[in-house]
Design a protein around this ligand. Structure first.
Ligand code: FAD
Length: 316
């Protein structure tokens, strides 16, 4: 069966959910091989990768890989592409994954597709472009297909793989060592999931009215185990930090459920959330453009509706 390489995303030795999604998608294309780069590989990680279908696990565990930015991972993947001739390489469509994908495409003289929201037989990638106005299906026509897939493009489903481990040593070129990590500044890690990976996102806009009122949004997010997002109107007003902005100039999210409260649905906001599987809009204006996009709409004051919703969810 055709081998599909999946670059593992991991933090402090823990495999991130997006990797389990990619392994699930890879199974529909062939035989998944997980590629672990950097320190932190453990029997637990191995067991989890095998549980989600990795038939093979390439381990390049040299800690020095973590000392440099993304280049070593691109070099490692290029090395594996040349040795194993896989049918495709899948990475997560986040900032790092997309840069790795681009570098790998150049190194292997291959085509690359980014921001895929689905993946089908023959590595047919689905993208949603122009603010959700157009769905595109495309295939890489040259070299090894490299596809950066957005988080939440698939539900991670376990299916045992052989999990055969193969140690790989990667020789870093001078170019890979050109940019070195000097310091890692850890963002304060809250209890909420990471915005771009969360299965549910609750976002607030100008309709929230103030920084203090964002507590209403946070309460619903916490009741649902969701991440909090915000429109640019809310972040520009200083009501919520910019790192949580969703949209063209903010983060792109593709959750299972996106709740937009007090957000009008401007094209620049849609660009960051329109690939959500289900959209619930809460807005007091029945003509708000967000309702054109929403699967479910509630017309009313968010300050009444959102607390009621939180209360109901908290009861369950
Ligand atoms: P508004 O458009 O003012 O809408 C507020 C909504 O809240 C209204 O629909 C109103 O009916 C409703 N409302 C008010 N009070 C209540 C209440 N009590 N209960 C329920 N509903 C209520 N925007 C982004 O979000 N992300 C981006 O990344 C982004 N990038 C941009 C890039 C560029 C180059 C430009 C030009 C703009 C960008 N914008 C972006 C801004 C975008 O055009 C909109 O201005 C912005 O999204 C509006 O935010 P909003 O929906 O919260 O506010």
């Amino acid at each position: 069966m055709a081998e599909i390489l999946v670059l593992v995303e991991h933090v402090d030795g823990a495999v991130k959910k997006v990797t389990l999604e990619l392994l699930t998608l890879a199974r529909s294309l062939g035989s998944p091989s997980a590629v672990w780069a950097g320190a932190g590989y453990s029997p637990d990680a191995k067991a989890q990768l095998a549980e989600y279908g990795a038939d093979k696990i390439y381990v390049a565990g040299a800690a020095e890989i973590d000392d440099y930015v993304v280049a070593p991972k691109a070099e490692l993947l290029a090395q594996l592409v040349s040795a194993a001739a896989p049918a495709a390489v899948l990475v997560a469509a986040n900032a790092e994954g997309k840069e790795i994908a681009a570098r790998l495409a150049i190194k292997t003289d291959s085509g690359v597709i980014t921001d895929a929201v689905g993946l089908g037989e023959g590595v047919l990638a689905e993208q949603s472009i122009f603010g959700g106005g157009v769905d595109v299906k495309s295939r890489v026509a040259k070299g090894t297909p490299i596809v950066a897939v957005r988080p939440n493009a698939a539900n991670p489903e376990p299916a045992a793989g052989a999990g055969a481990e193969e140690q790989v040593s990667v020789t870093l070129s001078d170019a890979a060592q050109a940019a070195k990590v000097v310091e890692r500044v850890h963002e304060e890690k809250g209890a909420r999931p990471e915005l771009t990976e969360a299965a549910i996102v609750v976002s607030g806009g100008r309709g929230v009215g103030s920084a203090e009122n964002f507590a209403v949004i946070e309460r619903l997010a916490d009741a649902l185990g969701a991440a909090v997002g915000a429109s640019r109107a809310a972040t520009d007003a200083g009501w919520y930090p910019h790192q949580f902005q969703v949209g063209q100039t903010g983060k792109t999210v593709s959750p299972q459920l996106y709740i937009a409260a007090g957000i009008s649905g401007a094209i620049q906001h849609r660009a960051g959330m329109q690939t959500a599987k289900t959209i619930l809009a809460i807005n007091k204006d029945p003509e708000a453009p967000i309702f054109e996009l929403a699967d479910f709409g509630v017309v009313g004051d968010l300050h009444q509706i959102v607390p009621q919703l939180s209360e109901e969810v908290e009861k369950r």
